[in-house]
Design a protein. Structure first.
Length: 102
Protein backbone atom coordinates (compact mmCIF):
# COMPACT_ATOMS: atom_id res chain seq x y z
CA UNK A 1 0.00 0.00 0.00
CA UNK A 2 1.49 3.32 -1.07
CA UNK A 3 1.56 6.06 1.50
CA UNK A 4 0.06 9.46 0.81
CA UNK A 5 2.46 12.37 0.46
CA UNK A 6 2.72 14.28 3.73
CA UNK A 7 1.37 17.80 3.77
CA UNK A 8 3.79 20.48 4.84
CA UNK A 9 2.87 21.70 8.32
CA UNK A 10 1.37 25.20 8.36
CA UNK A 11 2.87 26.67 11.51
CA UNK A 12 0.33 29.50 11.65
CA UNK A 13 -2.49 26.97 11.91
CA UNK A 14 -0.81 25.65 15.07
CA UNK A 15 -1.45 28.95 16.87
CA UNK A 16 -4.31 28.83 19.36
CA UNK A 17 -6.66 31.31 17.68
CA UNK A 18 -5.94 30.71 14.01
CA UNK A 19 -8.50 28.73 12.04
CA UNK A 20 -9.03 28.54 8.28
CA UNK A 21 -10.71 31.96 7.92
CA UNK A 22 -8.11 33.84 9.95
CA UNK A 23 -5.35 31.91 8.18
CA UNK A 24 -6.77 33.09 4.85
CA UNK A 25 -6.78 36.68 6.17
CA UNK A 26 -3.14 36.38 7.22
CA UNK A 27 -2.24 34.98 3.81
CA UNK A 28 -4.04 37.87 2.10
CA UNK A 29 -1.95 40.20 4.25
CA UNK A 30 1.24 38.45 3.09
CA UNK A 31 1.94 36.70 6.40
CA UNK A 32 2.95 33.07 6.03
CA UNK A 33 5.15 32.30 9.03
CA UNK A 34 5.02 32.77 12.79
CA UNK A 35 8.21 34.85 12.65
CA UNK A 36 6.58 37.23 10.14
CA UNK A 37 3.53 37.53 12.37
CA UNK A 38 5.68 38.25 15.44
CA UNK A 39 6.98 41.41 13.76
CA UNK A 40 3.50 42.81 13.08
CA UNK A 41 1.20 45.15 14.99
CA UNK A 42 -2.48 44.23 15.50
CA UNK A 43 -3.64 47.76 14.61
CA UNK A 44 -1.70 47.64 11.35
CA UNK A 45 -3.14 44.25 10.41
CA UNK A 46 -6.70 45.25 11.32
CA UNK A 47 -6.52 48.45 9.26
CA UNK A 48 -4.83 46.74 6.30
CA UNK A 49 -7.42 43.94 6.26
CA UNK A 50 -10.25 46.49 6.34
CA UNK A 51 -8.66 48.34 3.42
CA UNK A 52 -8.02 45.12 1.52
CA UNK A 53 -11.58 43.87 1.88
CA UNK A 54 -13.20 47.26 1.47
CA UNK A 55 -15.20 46.91 4.66
CA UNK A 56 -14.72 47.46 8.37
CA UNK A 57 -13.79 44.25 10.14
CA UNK A 58 -15.48 43.05 13.29
CA UNK A 59 -13.45 44.39 16.24
CA UNK A 60 -12.95 40.82 17.45
CA UNK A 61 -10.62 40.38 14.48
CA UNK A 62 -8.27 42.82 16.24
CA UNK A 63 -8.55 40.73 19.42
CA UNK A 64 -7.57 37.63 17.44
CA UNK A 65 -4.64 39.39 15.79
CA UNK A 66 -3.45 40.61 19.21
CA UNK A 67 -3.66 37.12 20.72
CA UNK A 68 -1.88 35.50 17.76
CA UNK A 69 0.89 38.11 17.74
CA UNK A 70 1.35 37.69 21.48
CA UNK A 71 1.72 33.93 21.04
CA UNK A 72 4.07 34.39 18.08
CA UNK A 73 6.29 36.67 20.18
CA UNK A 74 6.20 34.88 23.53
CA UNK A 75 5.00 31.33 22.93
CA UNK A 76 2.15 31.91 25.40
CA UNK A 77 -1.26 30.99 23.99
CA UNK A 78 -4.10 33.14 25.27
CA UNK A 79 -7.73 33.23 24.24
CA UNK A 80 -8.64 36.00 21.85
CA UNK A 81 -11.23 37.33 24.30
CA UNK A 82 -8.48 38.05 26.83
CA UNK A 83 -7.60 40.98 24.56
CA UNK A 84 -11.15 42.37 24.35
CA UNK A 85 -10.88 44.57 27.49
CA UNK A 86 -7.72 46.23 26.11
CA UNK A 87 -9.47 46.94 22.80
CA UNK A 88 -12.56 48.29 24.57
CA UNK A 89 -10.40 50.49 26.82
CA UNK A 90 -8.73 51.92 23.74
CA UNK A 91 -12.07 52.35 21.97
CA UNK A 92 -13.43 54.33 24.95
CA UNK A 93 -10.39 56.63 24.78
CA UNK A 94 -10.67 57.05 21.01
CA UNK A 95 -7.33 55.30 20.52
CA UNK A 96 -8.47 52.16 18.74
CA UNK A 97 -7.04 51.70 15.27
CA UNK A 98 -6.81 55.27 14.24
CA UNK A 99 -3.83 56.61 12.41
CA UNK A 100 -2.99 59.23 15.05
CA UNK A 101 -3.31 57.51 18.41
CA UNK A 102 -2.36 53.87 18.12
Amino acid sequence: MASKPRKKCDELMLLANIGPAMRADLSALGINTVSELARKDPDELYLRLSALTGCRQDPCVWDTFAAAIHQARTGEATSWWKWTPERKRRQAKGEFCNRRGK
